[in-house]
Design a protein. Sequence first.
Length: 184
Amino acid sequence: MDPALLILDLDETLVYGTEQPLSRPADFGVGPYHVYLRPHVGPFLIAVANWFKLAVWTSAGEGYAARVVDHLFPPPSHLEFFWSNAKCTQHFNPETGTSDSLKNLQKVKRRLGFPLERILAIDDSPEKLSRNFGNHIRVKPFLGDEADTELRDLLPFLDWIRSIENFRRVEKRGWKTRPVGQSA
């Protein structure tokens, strides 16, 4: 079986960065941003690093994102890659008149050789992975809630799915309420 790759988003998935501080001190700062770690992020990253090859792909700017990655994955980290907005595909949305940043996993396949069947991407924004919905595990956006348990709750599902040969065939919607081991 090919090695499995887990691609992690940053903002509102692993951290929350805001120019307006919350009612508690930030975990760290990056320029004008107060950055708050999602609860359970440390144990989550330790667990998934034992199960998957890890990468970070964010639609944030490279300078900000690099500082967050340095905080979350201190050297020597073993990320397969760290990509920022520059590696996203810009897609014009004629309905809204705006441009969306898409994470096209074909780039990961072409450039790094990972088969799509063995890639999972955790992100709070389904539109960012609209071309690869079969690889997407959606988490609720993290906006600084200290009681958030999303990453802790996701671990049993990730522990189970890592042994599946083709991730794209597994229904990932409702991962939180589905008993572990149930694929449909």
